[in-house]
Design a protein around this ligand. Structure first.
Ligand code: NAD
Length: 475
């Protein structure tokens, strides 16, 4: 059993002021394999002080130096890719080969991407006689979830470092070990003391201390909409810039002229990736009513072909959910779907017969889902897909947009121009046409209650910049 007793503050591993610890449980086996200390407000104060002190010198470093550093971090992550992938597979249950590729691979790509963005970014421009100068906002507080834990952390840390900001990170208490590896890497490659600080702990203590701290200029949280609202409310007291990357209930519209076998199979497997624990998962498949039977047949075959098992078992596509609470919550939604009259195509609330232990939920597909059913409205965050029939294109778009959320979306059509027209009418931060792949360089973020602000791309960098107008600079 590995014990993580220290926090990373001001370039050193130091004992926490908090005395409580949290058990890190392998959700495939239900066994505790590590413990992590839970920091407190005093730890946050020290971390913020270190970040504040290091800000003048870090923000004055050259772009060239920061470009080199970002590249080095990407390389150091690459050297530990398998270890990071396996660690995250142990913490939150994504099957190890997928975890290595996605959970460890995306952070590598993100640091490399920000290295390029930074190298090409203009921090000073002119607007007539006024000079526009973009400056790092200052000390940032980051609060992150467990589902793509390092990807979410790096979506904040990489642009913040690029911009010249300093920071305090509180990772999820369910999957914090990857953050400790990142701290080791940042230390090794020479990120100066105080620029990056790690304080593990509970949202109610460390997260709350970060979001209310008067000396933090900006808070960025990725998490549920409920937590995002609390952080935004707390941050408002000191007028912090707050960026929010929150929940989703994304729609996948299949127009009647699409290639159904391809669209349905991809829609099902993408939705079930990471056991459905993806904020941008396309969990509502919106299909022509006249084609629903055909869709159901393909969806059932696809879901039933995917192997469910432990994160380190061979050939597994669907691992366990992160913990017992999540398993119970998802099973609750499956019961609710049945009660509300949706047709259960495959799956269900029972433990898979071959897996006595582990927080597994069977890949579950509902059809005949009505837009007002709970399973069509709330974020389930598990391996559950809702097939919702529509009568015409207008109604498909209306159903897609009838959500509190607006994170992602997709549209499939044999006619690309038609697909583009529909994409433009979807009220979401991203739209994928005909199964386009995830683009790490594209801005990511939500409309409506899916959040505020964007991560990745130059827009993600700009979240960390203040804009100063200097008038008369060339008089
Ligand atoms: P969560 O909201 O429970 O926790 C997220 C983080 O917020 C954790 O570190 C937690 O400790 C902290 N936190 C909770 N309450 C807080 C408070 N009052 N003050 C300060 N910090 C607090 O979310 P989760 O269960 O870890 O993650 C799943 C959720 O995250 C889902 O809703 C998912 O859609 C969302 N998510 C969104 C994105 C995105 O980019 N939009 C990406 C991944 C996950």
């Amino acid at each position: 059993m590995k014990e993580y007793k220290k926090l990373y503050i001001n370039g050193k591993w130091v004992p926490s002021h908090g005395t409580d610890t949290v058990d890190i449980v392998n959700p495939s086996t239900e066994e505790v394999f590590a413990t992590v200390v839970l920091g407190d407000e005093e730890d946050v104060n020290l971390a913020v002080k270190a970040a504040r002190q290091s800000f003048p010198s870090w923000s004055a470093t050259s772009v060239e130096d920061r470009v080199i550093l970002l590249t080095k971090i990407s390389e150091a992550l690459t050297a530990r890719q398998t270890e990071i992938g396996d660690t995250i597979a142990m913490e939150m249950g994504m099957p190890a080969p997928w975890s290595g590729m996605i959970q460890a691979g995306l952070p590598i790509a993100t640091f490399a991407s920000f290295s390029t963005i930074l190298a090409n970014y203009s921090f000073e421009t002119s607007m007539g006689s006024t000079q526009i100068v973009k400056e790092p906002i200052g000390v940032c507080g980051f609060i992150t979830p467990w589902n793509y834990p390092l990807h979410q952390i790096v979506g904040k840390v990489a642009p913040a470092l690029a911009a010249g900001c300093t920071m305090v990170l509180k990772p999820s208490q369910l999957a914090p070990l990857n953050a400790f590896i990142l701290a080791e890497i940042l230390h090794e490659v020479g990120v100066p003391p105080g620029v990056f600080n790690l304080v593990s702990g509970a949202g109610s203590k460390v997260g709350q201390a970060i979001s209310t701290h008067p000396d933090i200029d900006m808070v960025s949280i990725t998490g549920s909409t409920q937590s995002g609202i609390r952080v935004a409310q707390a941050g408002a007291e000191t007028v912090k810039r707050t960026t929010l990357e929150l929940g989703g209930k994304s729609a996948n519209i299949l127009l009647e002229d699409t290639d159904f076998p391809t669209a349905v199979a991809k829609g099902v497997s993408d939705c079930l990736l990471n056991s459905g624990q993806t904020c941008s998962a396309l969990t509502r498949m919106i299909v022509p009513a006249a084609r629903q039977e055909e869709v159901i047949a393909i969806a059932k075959t696809t879901a039933e072909s995917l192997i469910v098992g432990g994160a380190f078992d061979a050939g597994v596509y669907i691992g366990p959910l992160v913990d017992k609470d999540q398993q119970d919550s998802v099973r609750g939604y499956i019961h609710k779907g049945i009660e509300e009259g949706a047709t259960l195509v495959t799956g269900g609330p029972e433990q898979p017969a071959n897996l006595a232990k582990g927080y597994f939920v069977k890949p579950t597909i509902f059809a005949d889902v009505k837009p007002d059913m709970t399973i069509a409205r709330e974020e389930i965050f598990g391996p559950v897909l809702c097939i919702i029939p529509y009568r015409n294109e207008e109604e498909a778009i209306e159903i897609a947009n009838d959500s509190l959320y607006g994170l992602s979306g997709a549209v499939w059509s044999g006619d690309i121009e038609r697909a583009k027209k529909v994409a433009k009418q979807m009220k979401t931060g991203q739209v994928f046409i005909n199964g386009a792949g995830f683009d790490i360089n594209a801005p990511f973020g939500g409309y409506k209650q899916s959040g505020n602000g964007r991560e990745r791309s130059k827009y993600g960098l700009e979240e960390f910049l203040e804009i100063k107008a200097i008038m008369g600079h060339n008089d």
